[in-house]
Design a protein around this ligand. Structure first.
Ligand SMILES: [Mg+2]
Length: 337
């Protein structure tokens, strides 16, 4: 359904302690596709921080160097000046495009992306963020301005399935709450493909880090032996498995060709020794990926530059840097918090 002008006050779920209530939660939609049928229990809820979706690095520096008051004055004075696009911007925009395709196929579709913007800004200075979302036509259903040391405490009650933030502490707190989460950095982003393309690393991202730990502690041959012994046992679940499964469910709604959504596995596992267990695990889970790359430790950047994904999840900083070097939006799933 196309709604050209729509504004609403929505509430993020709060806990019962008054002092912990969100200070303000506003949903504001204008000129974008919106499904009034969006079912928050079925939706794939993505919470994105303001610094992940917009480029707020200069403003963040002002906050760190000059303090809250100067920062808020600056934001209020520039509230009609749209913020530049941040690292996660294209990913969120592409998720919106997939929603449109899903609703074209089935106007009653319930499995849709639902985006929440979470910010540590005060509601007073947050108007620039809302205006920026409106400027770009972003279908963000809830804005949460949270004056809390740990803003992730509301994510579970909002049924969040992916949290993207520029703050490592917030990402770690979300992971500790069992919420798939990753950290984005300010980086150059090259224009991605028309399809929404999501690339997952294997170990410690989609899969558990059981084999990686053996590799680190005892070396490659022990890790390979372990894989052979465990051949028939699926690999444990990693921090982003639940989100990947939901993407997989959504992917099945489209045909093999011309899907607006594609899922990739890109792992350092070698094709010869360790790929079989990974493939078997995906089969047991029922997760169908469009393409899988077993790189045996080779750099991921060159292939990412061909795929042009909207987001690439990995737990290794060297792979994150490799992705950033080719303009791929990269998101770190911290292996230690
Ligand atoms: Mg890994």
């Amino acid at each position: 359904m196309q709604i050209t002008q729509h504004a609403q006050i929505l509430s993020c779920n709060h806990n019962n302690e008054g002092r912990n209530e969100l200070r303000l939660s506003i949903g504001l939609l204008s000129g974008c596709t919106y499904s009034p049928e969006k079912d928050t229990n079925r939706a794939i809820v993505i919470a994105v921080s303001s610094r992940a979706i917009f480029d707020l690095e200069e403003e963040h520096r002002l906050f760190l160097e000059k303090g809250t008051e100067e920062f808020e004055n600056h934001q209020r004075a520039n509230e009609n000046e749209p913020l530049k696009e941040g690292t996660a911007f294209n990913f969120i925009k592409a998720a919106q495009m997939v929603n449109e395709k899903l609703l074209e196929k089935n106007p009653q579709e319930k499995l849709l992306f639902d985006v929440i913007l979470v910010s540590n800004n005060s509601p007073q200075s947050g108007s620039r963020i809302i205006n920026s979302a409106k400027h770009y036509g972003l279908d963000i259903t809830r804005f949460c301005f949270v004056n809390e040391e740990d803003s992730t405490k509301y994510l579970n009650s909002n049924n969040v399935k992916l949290f993207l933030s520029a703050d490592k502490t917030d990402v770690c707190n979300a992971l500790k709450r069992g919420i798939p989460a990753a950290m984005v950095f300010k980086q150059e982003v090259l224009a991605p493909s028309d399809q929404l393309r999501v690339v997952f690393d294997g170990d410690a991202v989609l899969f558990s880090d059981e084999t990686e730990r053996i590799f680190r502690e005892k070396g490659l041959s022990e890790a390979v032996n372990y894989e052979k012994l465990q051949e028939s046992v699926p690999i444990g679940e990693g921090p982003l498995k639940e989100f990947a499964m939901l993407l997989g469910e959504l992917r099945k709604k489209f045909s093999l060709d011309n899907s607006p959504l594609c899922i990739y596995l890109m792992t350092s596992r070698s094709n010869r020794d360790m790929s079989a267990r990974a493939i078997r695990t995906l089969r047991v889970w029922g997760l169908e990926v469009d393409e899988a790359f077993f790189l045996d430790g080779a750099p991921k950047g060159p292939i990412l530059s061909q795929i042009q994904p909207h987001i690439f999840f990995d737990d290794g900083m060297h792979h994150i840097w490799g992705a950033q070097g080719v303009g791929t939006p990269a998101a770190l799933v911290p292996s230690s918090c």
